[in-house]
Design a protein around this ligand. Structure first.
Ligand code: CAA
Length: 390
């Protein structure tokens, strides 16, 4: 039998600020219950001027390296759709911030919200070949849509860092997975835009269809029956989407999609995303962290993971928590990262979002705002300068 490979450590990070949906609804003249109940969102993380996907990634990964060191670490895969450079991999900025070893391959991976899962699977493949190696996977994103659109309420930001290893201390990634892809224009972001272009209704039906197709592939390859999973973690562009997805999956399999069946499957996975908002590649792993941080013991029970990235690619896979996993969790740190955020008012949020990176190559000092351990301190000669504040 194969040596198990999977999640040896998992940590999340989010931004300095939070915009709550009551504030957004008031500004937009929208009934707040549309957000609280209709899409299942109460807050969205907003980055400070000196935060970006690199500082979020460093903040998520630092405690993992503190706990495990860099032994065996030869690969860093950073998944994002909020790239800060068209050429250089964002993970390279982590070298001085985190003390990464020079004997490391570092690359950036993109396919909308799906690429964190691609990174996880590529990592598992590397480790299957060389079980002594470890791979650091980081999913980090900032979701931005145009102001005063329906999609504005589905913004957010976070990073999830995962150390992938053989004989993992948290959860095995089971070998069977189901995949699906198609060329569809439901959501995309051309190089000249800072905000995504989205066909909201199409994106929802494309997601639902992809769930059904990825699960069908998973079953053809001998994966578990639906009834065998202890819970289902879905990509959560907004938490109501997990409910829609699970209802669709049950119905497509001819199962009763009762309110209680759906709630039991997904209800425990939404605590973090409900207040963080869409973190694109990281969202699924915030759902998993939220589930594992529940008091319930999931040892040995398969948990379904459904990853969806517009455009589109989906994958249905499963994680099986291993004995002793609860001792490895970062429940308090995860909750603190979320509860330590500072509420931001609408005008401040708008001003932060309107500020654009200077393009003149001059020396620009970035205002010191974040209380996080890493910050973007300057933009100079077209370079991003980061610093460690601890
Ligand atoms: N009280 C309670 N519920 C209310 C309400 C109120 N006062 N007013 C409205 N609602 C409900 C609606 O009935 C609806 O519920 P159902 O979906 O269950 O029917 C829900 O609130 C949303 O209302 P609308 O359908 O009218 O919402 P909208 O069209 O204005 O916007 C959206 C919703 C399309 C998701 C929009 O936010 C959007 O475009 N978001 C970005 C795209 C996105 O997140 N797509 C998800 C799938 S793609 C993906 O997953 C990849 C990714 O990360 C982007």
């Amino acid at each position: 039998s194969l040596q198990p490979v999977g999640i040896h450590d998992l940590a999340i990070a989010t931004t300095h600020y939070v915009l709550d949906h009551a504030t957004l609804a008031r500004h937009q003249g929208v009934e707040v219950n549309k957000y609280h109940y209709g899409i299942g969102q109460e807050g969205m993380s907003v980055p400070a001027a000196d935060e970006d996907i690199v500082t979020l990634a460093a903040t998520a990964a630092a405690p993992i390296l503190q706990r495990h060191g860099t032994t065996g670490l030869r690969t860093v895969l950073l998944a994002t759709e909020t790239g800060v450079d068209q050429s250089k991999a964002a993970g390279l900025y982590l070298h001085p911030l985190l003390g990464l070893p020079a004997s490391t391959r570092v690359v950036e991976i993109k396919q909308a919200c799906y690429s964190g899962t691609a990174a996880l699977q590529f990592a598992a493949g590397l480790i299957a070949r060389e079980p002594e190696e470890r791979v650091l996977v980081i999913a980090t994103d900032i979701a931005r849509y145009d102001f005063d659109t329906a999609a504005e309420a589905t913004q957010g930001a976070a990073a999830a860092a995962i150390l992938v290893a053989a004989d993992p201390a948290i959860a095995e990634i089971e070998p069977v997975s189901g995949v699906y892809s198609a060329d569809i224009m439901d959501f995309w972001r051309p190089n000249y835009r800072a905000t995504a272009v989205v066909d909201g209704k199409l994106s929802i039906t494309a997601y639902l269809d992809a769930v059904e197709q990825a699960f069908a592939d998973y079953r053809r390859r001998g994966g578990h029956d639906l009834g065998q999973f202890a819970a289902f973690c879905y990509h959560q562009p907004f938490t109501k989407m997990a409910y829609k997805a699970h209802r669709h999956l049950l119905e497509s399999q001819g199962r009763p999609a009762t309110t209680s069946a759906v709630e039991t499957a997904v209800g425990r996975t939404t605590d973090y995303n409900r207040v963080v908002g869409n973190s694109y590649t990281a969202s699924l792993y915030l759902a998993l962290a939220a589930l594992l941080d529940q008091p319930e013991d999931f040892t040995g029970r398969p948990i379904a993971l459904l990853s969806y990235g517009s455009g589109c690619v989906a994958e249905f896979l499963s994680a099986r928590p291993v004995s002793g996993y609860r001792d490895q969790l970062r429940t308090d740190a995860n909750r603190d990262a979320i509860s330590n955020r500072k509420p931001i008012d609408y005008d401040h949020y708008r001003a932060l979002r309107n500020a654009q990176d200077p393009t003149d190559g001059g020396h620009h000092v970035v205002p010191d705002e974040t209380s996080g351990p890493f910050r973007l301190s300057a933009l100079t000669e077209h370079q991003r300068i980061y610093e460690k504040t601890l």
